[in-house]
Design a binder for this molecule. Structure first.
Ligand code: 5GP
Ligand code: ZN
Length: 159
């Protein structure tokens, strides 16, 4: 878990029909609805029916299905909104800016001058030496190969 579980979940309310929503997609495990405070018209949230707090809690096959739903909806939202650009955003955990702790993928259609920004590359970052990037990549590769080393307690944090 990346964040503490809270008792009440507005997305579960929506899924159980206890809150107003503008739904645009439903299947047996996933649904999508319009964000209540859209960046632009067409801003959509893809969510699992079952409550999982974050990206790190989500079963892999469900995550793949949710991304597939996002892939289906993306071109449709682009056509309907008339906007060429689109951001797909997943915020996982409080430090990443997650506000609603029921996993969701934002599909945000974008147009020039809309005032929204995802400021990457990060202005506060200095480009590390290649050896530093290689060392981090090597640690990820080693951890993928050796499941015993996947648990954080076996490896010191990168920062
Ligand atoms: P997060 O920061 O967790 O990635 O984004 C949560 C999103 O959920 C926000 O964009 C917010 O506008 C949206 N949201 C919060 N409450 C509701 C709600 O009751 N209904 C809908 N449709 N969207 C909501
Ligand atoms: Zn929930």
């Amino acid at each position: 878990m990346t964040t503490p579980t809270t008792g009440h979940c507005i997305f579960c309310d929506i899924i159980h029909g206890a809150a107003e929503v503008s739904m645009c997609y439903e299947d047996s495990t996933a649904l999508a609805f319009m964000d209540i405070q859209p960046v632009n018209p067409g801003h959509t949230l893809v969510v699992p029916r079952q409550h999982y707090e974050s990206f790190l809690d989500l079963p892999r096959d469900l995550g793949m299905h949710l991304f597939d739903v996002a892939m289906q909806l993306g071109p449709v939202i682009r056509r309907v909104s008339g906007m060429e650009g689109m951001n797909l955003i997943v915020s996982s955990g409080a430090t990443a800016g997650q506000d609603v702790y029921h996993f969701h993928i934002h599909l945000i259609p974008r147009c020039a001058g809309d005032g929204f920004d995802v400021p990457l590359p990060f202005a506060g970052s200095t480009m590390p030496d290649r050896t530093v990037l290689d060392a981090v990549a090597a640690r990820i590769i080693a951890s993928l190969r050796d499941p015993a080393r996947r648990t954080p307690k076996h490896t010191p944090a990168l920062v």
